[in-house]
Write a protein that binds this ligand. Structure first.
Ligand SMILES: Nc1ncnc2c1ncn2[C@@H]1O[C@H](COP(=O)(O)OP(=O)(O)OP(=O)(O)O)[C@@H](O)[C@H]1O
Length: 629
C-alpha cells in the first residue's frame, strides 16, 4: 500500500486547535462505515433469522428421509425424539404404506419450499440493506472528495482515487451481499445442524464431522496468508490504472515528445508486475481448492466407511446412515466454500481500508467563530506581513504586505515560481496562511467561511478546465440562474461569442473530456466567460490570457475595463500590455513583493519590470520588422 496519507504538520497559528479538530473528525469518520452498516442492522438481523429458519427446514429433509426408510419402509427402528414422533404420526395418519411414502415425499417438497422462501427473504433483506449502505457510502465519498483539504488533493494520485471510489466500493458491495451472507449462512447452518445431529447420534456425528475442524483451520489460515497478496494485487491494479489515466490525459504530450515507446515499456513493466501477482494469487487459490476438495471427499469417505460399519454391525439404522450422509453433504460444501468466502473477505478488508483512508483524509477545517461577509461588502484587500510555506522548508510567500482598494485593478507580475498563484490560493482560502493577516472588506480572512469567500470572488485559475458537457452548461456553471442574454454578454466580453456561434450547434455544442475539441485559447476564453458570468465584486485572473493572441487580449481587457471601478480586479500576467492598463502593478520575486507602482513608475527604475518591458519591446520590434529573407 502506497503511503497515501500525508502527515498533518501545520505550524499555523491555531496549530493545536486545528490538530484537535482534524483528529476528532478522523475518529468520527473511522466509525462511519460501521455506523452505516449499523443503520441497517434490523435488515441484517432479519436476514440472519431467515437463514436460520431456512437451515432448520433444510435439516428436516434428510430427517424425513430417515423416517421414511426406517419407520415406513423397514418398520425396523423405534421412533425417537419429539420431532420424529410427530412427523411419523403425521405420515401414519393414513394406513397404506404407499400413501405414507407419498406424504413423506410431499413433506420433503413442502419443507424445501419453506427453505427456499426463507432463503429468498434472506437475499431480499440483505440486498436492500446492502444497496442502501453502498449508495450512502458512494454519496458520502463523493461529497468528501469535494471537501478534502487542498494539501491532500495536491498530493493525491487521481487514478488511485478513482479506483478506490469505484472498484473498491464494488468489492465492498460484493462483500456485504455475498460474503457476509454466505459466511453467516454457513455459521448459522452449522450452529443449528451440529447440535441436532449430536442429539440424533453421537458416533455418527463424530464420524460426519471428523475432518471439518481441519477444513475450517485450512480455510482460515489460507485467508491469513492470502490477505497480503490481495493487497499487493490491488496496489498493482491501482498503479496500472494511474498509468492509463495519465497517458490518456497527457496523450498529446507523449506524442509531442515521441515518448510512446517509453510509455508502452513502462506500462508493460507494471502490467507484467500485475499479471505476475495475479498468477501467484491464482496458483495459491488452485492449491487451496484442490486440497479443500480432497479433504471434503475424505470426510465423505470416512462417513461412508465408518457409518457403513456401524450399520452392518447393527449399531445404526439404514435411515440414520442415509440422514447423516444428507447432513454432511449439506454442511461440508458450504464449509469448504468458507475458504473462498474468507479470501474474498480478505479482498474486502483491503478495499475497506483503502476507502477508510479516503474517509480519514482531513477535510478543510473552519474556525469556530465565523463572521458573515455581506453581499455588499467593500471589496478591498489587505495583506499584512503574510508568510506561507507548502512544505515548511522554503517559503512560497515571505512577509508580503499590500493594500488594494475596492474597484482597483492590479496586475501581478514576476518570474515563474515567484508566489503569484500562491497569493491567489490564500485569498481563495484554498490554503491557510501561517503568519500575518489578510483582510477582505475589513474582516480577517480565516474568519470568513471558505464557501462564502469563494462565492464572493470570481476566479479563473491557471489551468482552464471544461466539463464534458455543452458550452452552455460549462459557461452557466458560473451562475446557474443566468439568462441566455447574460451568458452571451459574458461570452462576448471574453471574445468567444463569435467562435461559439460559428459552431453548428452554437452554445449547445458538446465538448469532449477537458474540452479536447477546443484550442487552448478557446478553452481559456470559455472559462473566462464562466468567470465573468459570476458577477462578483472581486475578479481574479491567474495568467488566463496566455494562450490568446494580443488582439483578442486587447479586446478582453477593454471589455473588463468598461466595468472599471465596479470590481476589484487582480490579474496575474506575464504581458506588459496587460500591466499598462492596470492602476498599479505588483512585482513578485522569490515569494516577496519587491516593488509596486504604476507602469510609468516601474519603468523608470531598474528591476524585473523594466527588464520584462525591454524583452517584450525587443520582441515586438523584431516581429514588426519586414522579413528580409
Ligand atoms: N502544492 C504545492 N506544494 C508544494 N509546493 C508548491 C505547491 N504549489 C506551488 N508550490 C511552490 O511554491 C512556490 C510558488 O509557486 P506559485 O505557483 O505561487 O508560483 P507562480 O509565481 O504562480 O509561478 P507561475 O508563474 O509559474 O505560475 C514555487 O516554488 C512552487 O514550487
Amino acid at each position: 500500500m502506497r503511503a497515501f496519507l500525508f502527515s498533518n504538520k501545520n505550524p499555523a497559528n491555531n496549530k493545536f486547535k486545528g490538530f484537535l479538530i482534524v483528529n476528532t473528525h478522523v475518529e468520527h469518520k473511522n466509525r462511519f462505515l460501521l455506523n452505516l452498516i449499523q443503520q441497517k442492522k434490523w435488515y441484517y438481523l432479519g436476514s440472519v433469522l431467515s437463514v436460520g429458519l431456512a437451515s432448520y427446514f433444510l435439516y428436516l429433509v434428510p430427517t424425513i428421509g430417515r423416517i421414511a426408510i426406517d419407520q415406513i419402509v423397514s418398520d425396523s427402528a423405534a421412533v425417537d425424539g419429539d420431532l420424529t414422533a410427530q412427523l411419523f404420526a403425521l405420515f401414519t395418519s393414513v394406513h397404506e404404506k404407499p400413501e405414507q411414502l407419498l406424504m413423506a415425499g410431499l413433506a420433503i417438497v413442502l419443507v424445501t419450499a419453506f427453505a427456499g422462501l426463507f432463503m429468498y427473504l434472506k437475499d431480499y433483506l440483505a440486498a436492500t440493506a446492502c444497496e442502501d449502505t453502498i449508495q450512502t457510502l458512494r454519496n458520502r465519498l463523493f461529497e468528501h472528495l469535494h471537501k478534502l483539504d487542498e494539501r491532500y488533493l495536491s498530493k493525491a494520485d487521481s487514478g488511485d482515487l478513482v479506483q478506490r471510489c469505484t472498484s473498491d466500493i464494488d468489492t465492498l458491495r460484493e462483500f456485504l451481499t455475498l460474503q457476509v451472507m454466505n459466511i453467516g449462512r454457513t455459521v448459522v447452518l452449522a450452529l443449528i445442524m451440529v447440535p441436532l445431529m449430536f442429539m440424533q447420534h453421537v458416533w455418527m456425528s463424530v464420524l460426519s464431522l471428523f475432518l471439518v475442524p481441519v477444513v475450517i483451520y485450512f480455510a482460515c489460515t489460507f485467508y491469513v496468508r492470502i490477505r497480503g497478496l490481495f493487497q499487493q494485487v490491488d496496489d498493482a491494479e491501482g498503479e496500472l490504472t494511474t498509468i492509463v489515466q495519465e497517458n490518456l490525459t497527457g496523450i498529446r504530450v507523449v506524442r509531442a515528445f515521441a515518448r510512446q515507446q517509453h510509455e508502452c515499456d513502462k506500462f508493460d513493466h507494471y502490467n507484467r508486475k500485475y499479471s505476475d501477482l495475479n498468477y501467484r494469487l491464482l496458483c495459491m487459490l488452485a492449491n487451496f481448492w484442490s486440497t479443500a476438495d480432497i479433504l471434503c471427499f475424505c470426510q465423505n469417505a470416512i462417513l461412508l466407511f465408518g457409518g457403513g460399519w456401524l450399520v452392518v454391525n447393527d449399531y445404526v439404522s439404514i435411515g440414520t446412515y442415509f440422514a447423516f450422509i444428507g447432513y454432511i453433504n449439506m454442511l461440508i460444501w458450504p464449509i469448504r466454500q468458507l475458504g473462498e468466502e474468507l479470501s474474498e473477505a480478505g479482498k474486502a478488508t483491503v478495499a475497506i481500508n483503502r476507502i477508510q483512508q479516503i474517509l480519514d483524509a482531513p477535510e478543510e477545517v473552519e474556525q469556530q467563530s465565523l463572521v458573515d461577509l455581506p453581499d455588499d461588502f467593500t471589496a478591498d484587500i489587505e495583506f499584512d506581513s503574510v508568510s506561507f510555506s507548502f512544505d515548511q522548508q522554503k517559503p512560497a510567500l515571505n512577509n508580503v504586505s499590500f493594500k488594494v482598494a475596492a474597484g482597483e485593478t492590479i496586475a501581478i507580475v514576476g518570474p515563474t515560481g515567484a508566489g503569484k498563484s500562491t497569493l491567489i490560493q490564500l485569498l481563495m482560502r484554498l490554503q491557510d496562511y501561517q503568519q500575518g493577516s489578510i483582510t477582505v472588506g475589513g474582516i480577517e480572512l480565516n474568519r470568513i467561511a471558505r464557501q462564502q469567500i469563494r462565492q464572493r470572488i470570481s476566479t479563473l485559475l491557471q489551468e482552464p478546465f471544461l466539463f464534458s458537457r455543452s458550452l452552455r452548461d460549462n459557461i452557466k456553471l458560473g451562475h446557474k440562474l443566468a439568462t441566455d442574454e447574460q451568458m452571451v454578454t459574458a461570452a462576448s466580453d471574453a471574445s468567444v461569442h463569435h467562435t461559439i456561434k460559428a459552431f453548428k450547434q452554437g452554445y449547445q455544442t458538446l465538448i469532449g473530456e477537458r474540452g479536447v475539441s477546443l484550442s487552448g485559447g478557446q478553452k481559456q476564453r470559455v472559462t473566462l466567460s464562466r468567470t465573468l458570468l459570476k458577477k462578483a465584486k472581486m475578479l481574479v485572473l491567474d495568467d488566463t490570457l496566455s494562450a490568446v493572441d494580443s488582439d483578442t487580449e486587447h479586446k478582453i481587457i477593454s471589455a473588463l475595463h468598461k466595468k472599471r471601478g465596479e470590481q476589484t480586479l487582480l490579474i496575474i500576467t506575464h504581458r506588459i500590455s496587460v500591466c499598462q492598463q492596470a492602476d498599479r502593478i505588483f512585482v513578485m520575486q522569490d515569494g516577496c513583493l519587491v516593488d509596486s507602482g504604476s507602469h510609468q513608475a516601474l519603468l523608470s527604475r531598474p528591476g524585473f519590470y523594466q527588464q520584462l518591458w525591454q524583452i517584450q519591446a525587443d520582441q515586438q520590434q523584431a516581429a514588426d520588422q519586414p522579413n528580409l529573407v
